[in-house]
Design a protein around this ligand. Sequence first.
Ligand code: NAD
Length: 519
Amino acid sequence: MRVYKVKSPIDNNILYEMYDPDMMEIRRLYERAKSSFEIIRNLSIDERLRECRKIQNYVAENREWIIDRIVIENGKSRFDCLSNEIFVVLDAIEYYKKNAARILADKNVSTPLTLRGKKSKIIYEPIGVVLVLSPWNYPLYQSIVPILSAFIAGNSVIYKPSEITPLHGMIEEIIIKSGFMEEAIQVVYGGPDTGEKLIEAKPEKIFFIGGVKTGKKIMALAARQLIPVVLELGGKDSMIVFDDADLEKTAIGALWGALTNAGQACISVERIYAQENIYDHFVKTLAEKIVLLKQAHDKDNNIEMEYIDIGSMTAERQVDIVDQHVKDAINKGARVLIGGKKGSHPFHYPATLIADVNHTMKVMTEETFGPVLAVMKFATEEEAVRLANDSPYGLGASVWSKDKMRADRVARKIAAGNVCINNVMLTVANPALPFGGVKYSGFGRYKGEYGLYAFTNVKSIVIDKMNSKIEGHWFPYTPNKYKAFSDLIDALYSKSKSFLKFIWAGLKLESIAKKERLK
Ligand code: NAD
């Protein structure tokens, strides 16, 4: 049995240990989840939303305690936690409180005249037990939002947090103390082995947030039992800065986009492309401002945790990746303006600005996931788009320009699931917008309307009258029916199409079907 030592990135102390559960325990969890599904599916959407409101109230009222827990285990700054864990969770619940009933209501859709007399509708049914596998970078947001989305759609949930930030007992405490329907969510702790066992136990759907390598494994495991998956994977987001952008605002936006959460966001700014005639000025502005940021390393200088801009990194393995990428860039000729060197603390990496990078360097091609701004020059709009799309990833991007037409044109040409114009990472801040990627950033969407449909069986229903009418396309197939059906196609779609001819052909087909029926 594997032991996981959960460390605090703040002081590198071991907080507690965890073990992988065995298959018996996992099967018991599934039994519980299956029974609770039978209850949840029969609740009205209003009843489910009432449960979510309890979590919303509890998180809002107890946020300082929740922030304490997250900061100790994840290392992020309190402000990052307040805005990008607490606020976004509350906001997502608020959106669903106002919109879920409409989104999940049965929808009547049009029925063509060729299906005269019928009605058509779409209904959204729960699917069963949903498995949510989460990463360590936003341990509250990346768990609560998919869990509650699945629940609102009528499912029960088995949730496994990352072994790096399990926040042991925290989600359970929120559930129990808020008075939320306890049996709806089963929390299970453990690492990759536990994740694999949870898949083997066959959930009805897997919602995975994590790295590309793991995403591929999950998909292969799920394929064995044909379990549908949503994969929310990594990114290498580009930021394109045109020469007419407000460089002051753009630089401050770039610093936040690249350094919030110590750069450990899937939609962090990872590649900056600045137009050649403003490149030097833009890099200088970034350099002047990056030194004003207060980082966790400065804690010894009596800076209150609340006012630290950049916290610790969360995983030692990630610090090593960042270090490797920066060293690789330096070896290939990049210019380090600020930072660029790992200190002695295993979870710290200084905010780093490097210029004159190119696409031979890992820092421009692989997910760095750390506090690094890497800036490269481009000449034309076409070149900027080509560079932005020269990546295996396609999660997010941003375009900065006063020219609205150009910004819109470029936003459309970038292969990504999210693009911001003159701002950064904001698509994730609007709970009405779907979130997800293309290429190696995964597929499927969550948040907004799609975020509920992702957890439903979208079922189509056609309703006909119970009368004696026999359809023109049913057996027996006869020469007369063939001719009448051909006439109908001509009436609808040939160059000489005509509504009158269509009515005539339709009535004729109906009358033949009545006469030439199976007797
Ligand atoms: P990870 O892939 O290592 O782990 C994610 C989760 O999967 C963890 O709970 C882990 O225990 C579990 N897991 C690992 N191996 C498994 C296996 N073989 N079978 C089943 N489960 C397994 O990811 P991470 O390092 O925790 O997170 C960082 C990555 O997540 C980054 O690449 C980041 O970009 C990505 N991410 C993506 C989004 C998004 O919405 N697209 C959001 C946040 C993070």
